[in-house]
Design a protein around this ligand. Structure first.
Ligand code: 5GP
Ligand code: MN
Length: 351
């Protein structure tokens, strides 16, 4: 499944590197953190390289359990220490990019990534990878997650010799976590290889129950209360079968919502028969972040590319609305969505 010559190249690049940075997309989710931490634990267990994870912004609190003993100085966050992040990327001789397809997905790290003289490797599962920036790219869409792709890659590396049991346990746990969040706990994007991965990881002792507990049973009461309000008062369904909810700053403050708290909410309206596509918008500083999910036959990715300045996967995409380029204020978001999804579904969408 993984090209042996590419594994050889990766092994060579790692062997010849001394400072390695592991980078993932802005607002890192479970797959971004899971794949980054797994790469980190693999490299620190098996090589003498100096390894750091460089993030645009800090991971959400509900993923803190996964970071556990990783010494904190090993994670550099641009938004907290921009100079350290830029310097690190400039000084690295190898940068491993996980779970994103183009440098702009790292927000403020984009410039340093573009101009760093480091060799760059891509390990990703999104459409349209910017392959020309990388000396080596592992990119496929026929897979659940970047974490699953990395699992197959690490297992094939000489250090593991084809056996999951040779993975460091912390890497194995991180990979299971990333796969679990990106598939919504085996709800979407699941392939035969995904079950094989899960089976192998459980066989070597990964405690899946503990991971599920940490991921899904440790939220605050506020999250569920907000969900109640959203479904009751904020959910609109258009005649085209588009469901949308808009979270402005006021409601986020009222319910003291943190990053990660609304994970999964955008999927819920898809349980309604007539809904083809669901959007969740969140006001975030001077922009509005957009999450889009769609049923088979409707492309969330294309809709995001055409109307929401983004992209992603066929049925799970993201993007943003810019103020004032797209809308004057958050109060115009509903109108924008209705107009643009109508154009998309009636004039531009190829079934
Ligand atoms: P989410 O809605 O969970 O933030 O993102 C859904 C999927 O779309 C993820 O795979 C994410 O990486 C991707 N995605 C989110 N925002 C963007 C964006 O602005 N551009 C692109 N190309 N992909 C995005
Ligand atoms: Mn992912």
């Amino acid at each position: 499944m993984i090209d042996a010559s590419k594994i050889k190249q990766l092994a060579n690049l790692i062997e010849n590197a001394s400072e390695i940075s592991v980078v993932t997309h802005m607002k890192p989710d479970g797959d971004a953190m899971g794949s980054s931490l797994a790469m980190y634990h693999f490299l620190t267990s098996f090589t003498k390289c100096d390894v750091r994870i460089v993030l645009n912004d800090r991971y959400p609190a509900n993923l803190a359990f996964l970071v556990h003993e990783t010494a904190l100085p090993d994670i550099i966050v641009y938004n907290e220490n921009p100079d350290a992040a830029v310097q690190r990327l400039n000084n690295s001789d190898l940068i491993i990019c996980l779970d994103f397809n183009a440098f702009h997905r790292t927000d403020k790290l984009e410039e340093s990534l573009t101009y760093s003289s480091a060799k760059k490797v891509l390990i990703d599962h999104h459409l349209f990878p910017d392959s020309e920036h990388f000396v080596l790219a592992f990119s496929t869409q026929e897979i659940s997650s970047a974490s699953e792709l990395l699992f197959h890659i690490l297992k094939a590396m000489p250090q593991c010799d084809g056996k999951a049991s040779n993975l460091p346990m912390k890497a194995a746990e991180a990979l299971m976590t990333g796969m679990t969040t990106d598939t919504n706990n085996f709800n979407n994007s699941v392939y035969p290889s995904t079950f094989s991965m899960a089976s192998e990881l459980i066989a070597i002792g990964v405690d899946r129950d503990r991971i599920l507990f940490n991921l899904f049973n440790r939220f605050g009461e506020n999250r569920l209360r907000l969900l109640g309000t959203m479904l009751k008062d904020l959910l609109t369904i258009t005649e085209d079968g588009v469901a949308y909810m808009v979270l402005d700053k006021e409601i986020q403050e009222r319910y003291q919502i943190n990053e990660g708290d609304t994970e999964g909410f955008v999927n819920m309206p898809l349980s309604i028969d007539k809904v083809r596509m669901s959007l969740l918008l969140k006001e975030d500083g001077d922009r509005v972040r957009v999450s889009i999910r769609s049923k088979k036959g409707t492309s969330a990715n294309r809709c995001s590319r055409l109307h929401f300045n983004g992209g992603g996967h066929e049925n799970a995409a993201g993007g943003r609305l810019n103020i004032p380029a797209d809308i004057q204020s958050i109060s115009e978001a509903g109108e924008y969505i209705e107009k643009h999804t109508h154009i998309y579904l009636t004039q531009e969408h190829e079934a």
